[in-house]
Design a protein around this ligand. Structure first.
Ligand code: ATP
Length: 370
């Protein structure tokens, strides 16, 4: 960044037992959350899971029914929004149409009688690479540019915490992907704490250091994107972040490193480190891209699980990959994503196939909701 005066240390955010109840309905249920200062945190979940309500409580636009909100270690639960050092960027940019871009960004500073609002506004516009359109009106900018102005307007106030509520939702796919990279870069440059709310799993995974997956008012799992993807703990997380093949199995026996399970007569091995449950009936899974198709029963099984024979019931050519649906007696429908490498497709509709995957790619779930 050219000038460092927009840089801030950010503040950490802590939610302690936060709950929001409406008559006959609990929108946010006993949420505990700690977001370290300067991190990019995403709340990810389907429509209606309570993520916007959570964000609005942090902003002070909604009172929690119960619980505490601490920003930078201070209890802000009952403070008015403008006393919280929090700014929000919404999906609708809400720029003032009659003001120039510069005036839009400087507006809040002028109101708060902050010194040299024009210089500070230029600086924020430089950060989002829009200083050259400072004299234009919002209608003369594209959607993506307007969203960047909204971001500059929020950052210029130097909040301790920036809340983003589906800020890229109105942009087309290509622009959204580009803005994701830019937002992440800007966050790193200014060092602000970002709390980003989205239903788009790819968006959360590409931008955030930590993702919390929300479902029905609760956090199902929280962690680094790779961790959530590689080791989901619930059926909901396994299916919400990409696709999973899930199987209900019975644990047969095990040793220190692995447990052995039975899936309708087929033995499937699961590393102990990849499951919390090691007895009774459990649900295990494997991602479709971790599966390999074989035209004959595989003979070298060292370190691999196998299933089959099954029959291919659907083939979809996607470009970089081909998606196969395989019906395996006893195991059910299995999805296989195969990268289209030089060898080309290995099988076609109706073919008999076997499946195999590395034991290390098997994960065990902690819930029973399959
Ligand atoms: P979306 O992505 O669709 O905005 P969301 O995850 O952000 O979804 P919220 O807006 O937080 O969801 O809403 C959570 C739940 O609380 C929803 O089921 C919603 O219908 C309900 N809700 C929100 N506001 C009220 C209200 N004022 N009275 C009653 N129920 C409400």
């Amino acid at each position: 960044m050219a000038d460092n005066s927009l840089a801030t240390s950010g503040a950490d955010l802590e939610l302690v037992g936060i709950q929001k109840r409406y008559p006959g309905f609990t929108a946010v249920d006993n949420l505990d959350l700690k977001i370290p200062a300067g991190s990019f945190f995403a709340l990810l979940g389907p429509s209606g899971c309570g993520k916007t309500t959570t964000l609005r409580m942090v902003a002070g636009l909604e009172d929690p029914s119960q619980g505490k909100i601490l920003i930078g270690g201070k209890d802000m639960t009952s403070l008015k929004p403008h006393k919280r050092q929090v700014n929000t960027v919404f999906q609708s940019y809400a720029l003032f149409p009659h003001m120039t871009i510069l005036e839009n960004v400087a507006f809040g500073l002028r109101r708060r009688k902050v010194g040299d609002p024009v210089a500070k506004a230029h600086e924020a516009l430089k950060l989002v690479e829009l200083d050259h359109v400072a004299d234009r009106k919002p209608a003369q900018l594209s959607g993506g540019q307007q969203q960047r102005v909204a971001l500059a307007r929020a950052i210029v106030n130097r909040p301790a915490l920036l809340l983003l509520d589906e800020p890229l939702g109105a942009l087309d796919l290509k622009l959204r992907r580009q803005m994701q990279q830019e937002l992440k870069q800007i966050q790193q440059e200014v060092g602000l704490t970002f709390l980003h709310v989205t239903h788009d799993q790819e968006e959360a995974m590409t931008m955030a250091d930590t993702v919390a997956v929300m479902n029905k008012g609760r956090i199902e799992q929280m962690g680094a994107p790779e961790e959530l993807y590689e080791l989901p703990r619930t059926v909901f997380v396994a299916n919400f972040l990409g696709k999973s093949n899930l199987f209900a199995v019975d644990v047969v026996d095990g040793n220190e490193t692995a447990i052995h399970t039975d899936l309708f007569g087929t033995r499937i091995t699961l590393p102990r480190a990849r499951t919390e449950r090691d007895s009774g009936s459990i649900t295990i899974g494997v991602r479709p891209e971790k599966l390999r198709l074989h035209r004959e029963a595989p003979t070298d099984l060292a370190g691999r699980n196998t299933l089959g024979a099954g029959r291919i019931t659907d083939v979809s050519f996607i470009g970089v990959s081909t998606e196969y649906t395989v019906e395996v007696p006893g195991a059910g429908t299995v999805e296989v994503f195969s990268q289209n490498v030089e060898a080309g497709p290995v099988a076609g509709l109706g073919d008999e196939v076997w499946l195999s995957w590395h034991i290390e790619h098997t994960f065990g779930l902690a819930d029973d909701s399959l």
